[in-house]
Design a protein around this ligand. Sequence first.
Ligand SMILES: [Zn+2]
Length: 411
Amino acid sequence: MRRLTLALLCTLTLIGAPAQASAGPRPMEVFSEDGTITRVPVDLPEPRLRARLAPTATVTPVEVNGDPANRIDLTFLGDGYTAADQASYSAQVADTWARMTAKEPFRTYRELFNVWQVNVVSPVSGVTGDPTADVVKDTPLGAQFWCDGLERLLCVDIDAARAHAALAPGMDQIAVLANTTKYGGAGYTEEELVTFAGGHALGAEILPHELGHSLGDLADEYPYWAFPGDGSRYEGPELAEANVTIKNAEQMTAERAKWWRWLGSPTPDGGVTGAFEGAYYTQYGAFRPSDNSLMRSLRREFNSVGREKMIAEFFEIARPIDAHTPNTSPVPRQSTLAITTLPVEGLTVRWFKNGHEMADWRGRTSVRAVGGGNGGTFRVEVSHTTPDVRDPAHLAGPLTQSVTWTVKGNH
Ligand SMILES: [Zn+2]
């Protein structure tokens, strides 16, 4: 009954529903098989009416590490997989997740993620444009190669993808696998959506780069808009993202700006952190922290600066304290005050009574509110530390969380 009502509502909204915002070309990322990334303006295909119909699909929890309210939710969709192809789809999702969690910082912080798989069943196997431009398949998400004339650019119907992803309990990032062995993909940087070939060994490598944008707010460190060596120069104001700057190493050190804390330190993608010219789609005038990180080429590691920012952003979504006993109103004396923390290494738990640390309670996740005094307070502070995060603002910010309980006075 509920499903029928939803379908009716959605049919009604078809009438006069505004078309998907598609005013002019939008920037999208194209990934070459050799790992090179470029950014090009793309005219997206027209959305189709099916996108606004109520989607139906089952959802498989691939890996659930906690309440979606305090986890980063990664939602996989498949397009062009028939009922008979679903086992293959499941295997490709598992492989993608395994590759992602082999790479830092996802490996260390794996348990901050939930992974969901929406089982979209297609009436036809395969997707449009595979193997050649004249092949058309009517699949639920409209995946298609040759998007805007670019063979390796794999577009989808964004509305249809979002509607299906909404079937999962959470979606901080949507990853669409297309049922194909033909190399291709796309990064919808404004949509927190990525597409790639589910059956190509390199397809999944696109995902961690896109998570660098969607989760880490990282900039691209490659210098080209569409073609390398174009002589372009960045002449605008200082850049907002953590991993690009208009300052050279001397200026960063003098001004304590950007990644000055990392200058001269080894970086996980190789070499030493410095100021390398060429980033943010320009050849000159913008600097990146390392020679060739994942934000510049596929199949690389994040550099120290990118890794630090990713971890900080992970903790913005997945807070150090998973749950705690209620503190919205004063608690009786002798109450048990308890927390559960994120399942990660490197957490410190400290308790404070009326502002003074109870050193004996360090590391405990449950205490008794004893001797709180008249209207006193108990506060617990959970903080995560790692050598991968140096910025005190991150350490005191997203990597730390406190909860305070007020104890009822004696009346
Ligand atoms: Zn990018």
